[in-house]
Design a protein around this ligand. Structure first.
Ligand code: TXA
Ligand code: MG
Length: 342
């Protein structure tokens, strides 16, 4: 199969491919998604094949307007409407009870479904033109860093899908925040583009699933099935160093080997001469770190590094999502040097 590159003038073509059961790479504000008609089980099945995605990892449905929630969800709590009003279109996925019309192929037979209204004009235009909810995981091969531009998606998906709609670089850079609203206390299943603090403002207390910050023990089941897989991983093993950024920079410098790559904050980029360095932004600019983190992880695959050290932001704001992606890329290999910047 030849993968076509589409532009913003090709919304109609992208929608037609979706309606015909094909696969299209779609830009969203978070990362590029691999879209299929979410009501067509065969089309949805093709997503799993193209990505090499485990069969027990459900997909989220993308809708063009909050009013579509009721088509696919039932027993929707008032909190869901309040959140939709406050943050959609935007980087939030809500897990709600599903209706029968949502195929098992999407939910992997769970009785819940994740739904999101993406904050990107091209994504919204394609979904509207297709007239169906679009099932879309991130557009990477399973286990690889999520793509934040069309070129990265093409790297993974060339020849495996019908087309990619190029919408430029993603503004947020990490995937959506996932909150489960089917429990009495809402639960954060995946930190993402919408900070936890913003969820708490809207919902009050939010429980944080253990899989967000820690490696689960063998046999322990996360509530978002995807959180149990090693993820976002470059080919070389990653070690994340947490704590005050000056201390973590010094630690990394002391431990450099012959072929070590470094992910660091801009302030420290000069400390590692001779090493491939990916600076992900200033210590205090977490929005920039979120935009850069997947590109940085991907960049080392075209070098000969055999180990990667990463400085890690504190957990405030988007830092929780950036830290989660780095730790997952590291398989939770973390060196903790104590308290750091928030
Ligand atoms: O920003 C995003 O969310 C991107 C863009 C393309 O929209 N999509 C994305 O999808 O990140 P994916 O499939 O890569 O991650 C979705 C996560 C997986 O960890 C999956 O296990 C979880 O959502 N998930 C999906 N349905 C669920 C459900 N009913 N209950 C719990 N977790 C669910
Ligand atoms: Mg993904």
């Amino acid at each position: 199969m030849k993968t076509k590159l589409l532009t913003k003038n090709d919304i109609g073509i992208a929608a037609e491919i979706l309606r015909a059961g094909g696969l299209v790479g779609i830009p969203t504000e978070t990362v590029y998604g691999l879209g299929a008609n979410g009501l067509d089980p065969e089309a949805v099945g093709r997503i799993f094949t193209a990505k090499g995605r485990p069969q027990d990892n459900p997909l989220i449905l993308h809708i063009p307007d909050p009013s579509w929630l009721e088509r696919y969800c039932r027993n929707i709590p008032p909190a869901a409407y309040a959140l939709a009003e406050a943050v959609w279109p935007g980087p939030l996925t809500m897990v709600l009870q599903r209706r029968e019309n949502v195929p098992n192929a999407v939910t992997c037979s769970l009785d819940t479904v994740g739904v999101r209204c993406p904050g990107h004009p091209l994504a919204l235009a394609v979904i509207r033109a297709a007239g169906v909810p679009v099932a879309a995981p991130s557009g990477n091969l399973s286990g690889r860093p999520s793509p934040t531009c069309a070129r990265h998606m093409l790297e993974d998906m060339d020849g495996r899908i019908d087309a990619i709609l190029d919408g430029g670089a993603c503004g947020v850079g990490v995937e959506s925040t996932i909150v489960d609203l089917t429990t009495s206390v809402p639960r954060l299943l995946r930190p993402g583009g919408l900070p936890l603090e913003r969820l708490e403002e809207a919902l009050g207390t939010v429980a944080v699933d253990r899989a967000v910050t820690a490696q689960l023990s063998p046999g322990e089941k996360p509530r978002a099935p995807g959180m149990k897989y090693r993820h976002y991983a470059p080919r070389a093993p990653v070690v994340v160093v947490t704590g005050d950024s000056r201390r973590t920079a010094r630690y990394i410098r002391r431990n450099l080997g012959q072929h070590t790559g470094v992910i660091c904050f801009d302030e420290y980029a000069g400390l590692f001469p001779g090493c491939p360095v990916e600076a992900i932004g200033p210590v205090s600019d977490k929005a920039r770190q979120a935009r850069r983190v997947f590109d940085a992880l991907r960049a080392f695959d075209s070098t000969d590094v055999d180990a990667i050290y990463a400085q890690c932001p504190g957990s405030g704001g988007l830092g929780l999502a950036v830290a989660n992606r780095l730790k997952k890329a590291a398989g939770f290999q973390v060196v903790d040097l104590g308290e750091g910047e928030l």
